[in-house]
Design a binder for this molecule. Structure first.
Ligand code: PMV
Length: 326
């Protein structure tokens, strides 16, 4: 009753921002992402009849409290479906620079969903896995797939139609995603709280929702036709709109630091000089800069000249769930 799975992180091009159901992690809007090759989580799950409680080991260290609570609640979903009562040892290794504030929850819950269902011998579809992973962290629903994926918000109240599907595999279109690390500090407003606050209080949130369908169809079409300028334009604007909603919240908040803005401006300057590069930002100060592989070195060199940039990790479209032999 043991299985090991690996899942990669993803970066949203069209963001998931706002829940319509907090318990089931049902989003207000569809989102589109690229799974990245460089950052991943590898998780082994061993169910054992002789355990008194779940055990969670992350990067060699046993964790309790909230972290263990989240894992146990997630395993309860799997146990309930399998009608199994035993506990598990969850052993996870993060190949993600978590200290730099890169989200590991997407790869973490996608890997846990895959390893735990496999350990209990489930025959589960990718859509089923996506539904399960979603209930650990919304963005994890997209990490089931390699390459380009879309998480469909669904309309049902029970969440059975809220899962991701693949738009195109990683081999379809190579892009460079430069993860630009500007600050190692923990983020102050977690995405869950940030979403709740903007949905409930920001007058700009309706503007966000109103323009989403058009962003989604532009992004989908740009991917299908490999139109980089079109994709870059829509992804950067979509990120700006997401962050604009936080400024109207009560109390207002902002994920950017001065360093974030320095990187954003350097990217816009590069475009003025004919280099097609675009940025996106999640619920933290770091920036992801997207460009075509032929421009990767020059974009990286330019960004490394900025005093505020600590490190740059170049990534490319990566694979979906992988099962490893243990
Ligand atoms: O599911 P979470 O808690 O990792 O939320 C992700 C929120 C954003 O990163 C801001 C957007 C996204 O779609 O990944």
């Amino acid at each position: 009753m043991k299985a090991t799975a690996r899942a990669h992180t993803n970066i949203a091009l069209i963001k998931y921002w706002g829940k319509r159901d907090e318990q089931l992690f049902l989003p207000m809007n569809n989102s589109i992402s690229i799974t990245l090759d460089r950052f991943y989580t590898t998780t082994s799950v061993t169910f054992r009849d002789d355990l008194q409680a779940d055990v969670f080991v992350l990067d060699g260290k046993e964790l309790g409290g909230d972290e263990l609570g989240k894992i146990s609640r997630f395993l309860d979903l799997v146990r309930r479906t399998a009608n199994y009562r035993g506990f598990a040892i969850v052993d996870s290794l993060n190949d993600v620079p978590t200290a730099a504030g890169f989200a590991s929850s997407a790869s973490g819950f996608a890997a846990l969903a895959a390893a735990s269902t496999k350990a209990l011998g489930f025959d589960i579809s990718n859509e089923g896995l996506s539904i399960l992973a979603r209930q650990g962290s919304g963005s994890a629903s997209r990490s089931i797939y390699g390459g380009y994926a879309e998480w469909h918000k669904g309309v049902r109240q029970d969440g059975t139609d809220s899962f991701a599907t693949q738009i195109m595999p990683e081999s379809f279109w190579d892009l460079s995603v430069l993860s630009v690390m500007v600050e190692a500090k923990q983020k102050k407003v977690l995405s869950r709280e940030g979403m709740r606050r903007t949905v409930e209080t920001s007058p700009f949130y309706t503007g966000w929702l109103d323009s989403l369908e058009s962003d989604l169809s532009s992004a989908r079409e740009a991917i299908h036709t490999q139109d980089f300028e079109r994709l870059g334009t829509v992804l950067e604007r979509n990120a700006m709109k997401m962050h604009a909603t936080t400024l109207g919240a009560q109390p207002p908040f902002l994920y950017w630091t001065g360093a974030t803005i320095d990187v954003m401006q350097a990217v816009q300057e590069m475009r003025e000089n004919g280099i097609l590069a675009y940025f996106t930002i999640d619920a933290g100060p770091n920036v992801k800069v997207i460009c075509q592989p032929a421009d990767e070195d020059v974009v990286k060199m330019r960004l490394l000249q900025l005093e505020c940039v600590r490190n740059i990790f170049p990534c490319h479209p990566g694979p979906g769930i992988q099962y490893l032999n243990t």
